[in-house]
Design a protein. Structure first.
Length: 201
């Protein structure tokens, strides 16, 4: 793996491409709200709030990685992130690629937590559904008094919820990640193997 390849992926932050992608990635949602008394999605995110807040306050990529591996649909996110190149992922490289994507996301959240210091977070009830997705909003407090909304997209996986996307500052992170990955692969002649190598330790 070339160091330049790894650096291009590991050092980018969300602000680098936010202006270019915000308009494309925002979506309107009009699904029906869930019954707050039996809102399993809000319960799921409320339980996840504590570990996420601790990881953010310590800016720990290891803690973020554990959360991602346990509560995110890493396989689904990883395949989505390949976009038009998804058929180029070799079966023998899948496990390595999925782990690399989880590590990439954990490093991203670590970098953002260092730059934007989180002091608190609140899950907002109720959730609402749109198709097979369920959405939950949270309010995040930053040092200095700033507050912003983070929207979580969840899907049912194996009897529980898994996080499949997160919207921050008006755009969806999985969409932004797909743009990055597709650009990286395209610049290397369509080689998904080059991406797998860059994401590997």
């Amino acid at each position: 793996m070339r160091k330049s390849d790894s650096a291009r992926l590991s050092r980018r932050t969300v602000l680098g491409g936010a202006a270019a992608t915000a308009g494309l990635a925002t979506t309107g949602l009009s699904g029906a709200p869930a019954d707050a008394a039996t809102d399993r999605a809000v319960t799921f995110m409320t339980q996840l709030r504590g570990p996420l807040l601790r990881a953010a306050k310590t800016a720990s990529s290891k803690q973020f990685l554990r959360i991602i591996q346990a509560h995110a649909d890493v396989t689904g996110i990883a395949i989505y992130s390949l976009g038009s190149f998804k058929n180029g992922l070799e079966r023998s490289h899948r496990s390595r690629y999925y782990h690399g994507v989880a590590r990439y996301m954990s490093r991203y959240f670590e970098i953002q937590s260092q730059e934007y210091r989180v002091t608190g977070a609140k899950i907002i009830s109720p959730s609402w559904k749109d198709g097979d997705s369920t959405y939950v909003d949270s309010k995040v407090d930053l040092e200095g008094g700033s507050v912003y909304t983070v929207r979580w997209e969840l899907k049912q996986r194996g009897g529980t919820y898994k996080v499949v996307n997160v919207r921050v500052l008006g755009f969806w992170l999985a969409y932004f990640q797909r743009l990055q990955f597709e650009e990286f692969i395209r610049k290397r002649g369509g080689s998904v193997n080059a991406l797998v190598a860059a994401l590997s330790p």
